[in-house]
Design a protein around this ligand. Structure first.
Ligand code: TXA
Ligand code: MG
Length: 301
């Protein structure tokens, strides 16, 4: 990103416009989180339900402490920052109520991407950014994905190459003494020492989790033991199954590698005109929890 491009992005944000930018997880669709009109535009452009709150991005812990009530749990977990972890905390003054979807908490994180950090430091304010896809669709992990989702609706997409993590951040309620996992990610429940998640608690606490999400046009058949005629194959680890259209998320059965390739693989298979996609079983431990979470939502119709 050269200086001219950076200045253009900052000036669009200052005017209340939207700019898509890279993070280590997925591309975000950013707006000034203090400007309600700008935040409203995010919901409009994404066709996102207004009850699904947005994540605020900042460049430093000092900046985060300006917008949320910091807790001991937040202090402990902030050693994962910059990184793919969002902390849900009680919000202070200054952030638009639209960001929290009317609630009294916001999700906040410091992304671990040089372009995002440079933009956030230069803007010197809170940028709320959901994933830069239309609501309900697969999160974008390249600038080209953003272009195909939202290219005709936003003035600027900053290309920072493919996202290194490729899966959205882990979301954790850090308001209490014990962190509660609301959305699994590559920082695992074990690493966070978190309880909860996956069940009714998560659904109540993270309203966006109610919907079908990350959905390709093509139907998914999970835990497949075979491949039907006309089906594509999304495999994990060594397998004897075959298909004319086949992608292996990790030949060696590495869950981190699989998480990183998941969304781009779904997008690639989705363009092949398949009747459906057979997905081989993925162990539900560690990072597998996040992969299975996204696959279950993608399969939901
Ligand atoms: O990696 C990421 O988190 C990416 C990048 C761009 O930072 N962002 C992202 O945002 O995935 P989005 O809007 O697609 O997903 C945000 C998730 C939703 O499930 C939402 O319900 C939850 O975080 N969330 C946001 N604020 C919350 C809050 N105050 N309480 C509970 N859940 C919240
Ligand atoms: Mg999203």
């Amino acid at each position: 990103m050269d200086d001219a491009l950076q200045e253009k992005a900052i000036s669009l944000w200052q005017q209340g416009s939207l700019v898509a930018f890279p993070t280590e997880t997925v591309y975000g669709l950013g707006a000034d989180a203090r400007n309600s009109e700008a935040v409203a535009r995010i919901y409009e452009v994404k066709s996102r339900p207004r009850f699904n709150p947005l994540i605020v991005h900042v460049a430093s812990i000092e900046a985060a402490e300006r917008y949320v009530e910091w807790t001991d749990t937040a202090q402990r977990l902030s050693h994962f920052w910059p990184g793919p972890l969002t902390l849900v905390l009680k919000k202070c003054e200054g952030i638009s109520d639209l960001v929290s979807a009317g609630g009294d908490t916001i999700g906040i994180r410091i992304p671990n991407h040089p372009v995002a950090l440079k933009l956030l430091a230069a803007f010197d304010g809170p940028i709320c950014a959901p994933s830069a896809n239309r609501s309900g669709r697969i999160s974008p992990t390249t600038a080209a994905h953003v272009e195909s989702e939202l290219g005709d609706r936003i003035p600027l997409i900053i290309d920072g190459g493919p996202c290194q993590v490729g899966l959205e951040s882990s979301v954790v309620d850090a308001t209490g003494d014990v962190p509660i996992l609301l959305r699994p990610g590559i920082i695992t429940r074990e690493q966070l020492g978190a309880s909860g998640a996956g069940g009714a608690h998560a659904i109540l606490q993270s309203p966006g989790q109610l919907e079908s999400h990350y959905a390709p046009e093509t139907a998914l058949r999970l835990n497949a033991k075979d491949v039907h005629a006309g089906e594509g194959l999304l495999a994990f680890g060594p397998t004897t199954l075959t298909s004319a259209e086949s992608i292996n998320l990790s030949l060696t059965g590495d869950l981190l590698e699989a998480a990183t390739h998941l969304f781009s693989a779904l997008r690639a298979l989705d363009t092949k005109g398949l009747t459906s996609i057979a997905v081989t079983p993925i162990p539900n431990e560690g990072i597998g929890e996040a992969i299975n979470d996204r696959l279950t939502r993608a399969a939901h119709r």
